[in-house]
Design a protein around this ligand. Structure first.
Ligand code: COA
Length: 185
């Protein structure tokens, strides 16, 4: 909890900020709520994400997510910010046990910003951030077979397709194959 302007500024300036071309990656803020709902509440965005990324994307869900992200001490999830506004997100999830040197990558971008090369650069920056800051040997991403744009993003960012896991995904009452991509350190 931030109690004073001094504490707030100290927190703000300590925040992670990674500069890209026309955007930056930064930590989540409670004030991201309105933009988060604006861009996340879109079935074209959630259709290729896990069910944890709810649709409809309600204010209650946004608040839960923001409370969780803003209390984290390990920053594994970043906002894609254009001109001070959240337009998307990217994060890694650490696997456990014998898989603990692998992290799973997930990302999304608001529909008005698609097709401008943003996510390809975001993925590259997130990979660099993840290998620099965490003890990881491998970053892995799983893509719905009906999502060629995301496969292209990963390929452009240097990921290799390792295989296709048949019927691995079940969303909206339908099975999909999962295309497994990975990048090793
Ligand atoms: C997938 C997503 C992240 C792409 O972001 P983006 O910023 O538009 O991606 P980029 O512009 O960097 O690259 C997209 C590439 O896909 C290509 N592409 C787009 N639609 C395509 C299609 N239907 N078939 C084949 N390629 C396609 C583009 O032409 C571009 O490749 P190019 O540079 O070689 O021309 C964005 O659409 C999104 O957030 N979708 C919803 C959530 C999601 O799918 N997340 C990923 C889960 S694995």
């Amino acid at each position: 909890m931030i109690y004073s302007l001094e504490n707030y500024l100290a927190h703000f300036y300590a925040m992670i900020q990674i500069k890209g071309s026309g955007f930056c990656l930064r930590e989540w803020l409670l004030s991201d709520e309105a933009s988060l709902i604006r861009y996340a509440d879109n079935p074209k965005v959630s259709q290729f994400l896990s069910d944890r990324f709810a649709y409809p994307y309600t204010a209650e869900y946004a608040q839960q997510w923001l409370n969780h992200q803003t209390q984290k001490t390990v920053i594994d999830n970043l906002v894609i910010d254009i001109d001070g506004e959240l337009v998307g997100g990217i994060g890694i999830e650490f696997r456990q046990d014998i898989f603990r040197k692998t992290a799973l990558l997930g990302y999304w971008l608001g529909e008005p910003f698609w097709g401008k090369g943003i996510m390809t650069e975001v993925v590259r920056l997130m990979v660099d951030y993840s290998f620099e800051n965490f003890d990881l040997a491998r970053i892995q991403a799983g893509v719905f077979d009906s999502n060629p744009a995301s496969m292209r993003v990963l390929e452009k960012a240097g990921f290799i397709k390792e295989g296709i896991a048949k019927k691995a995904l079940y969303k909206f009452g339908q099975f999909s194959d999962e295309h497994i991509y990975a990048l090793t350190r």
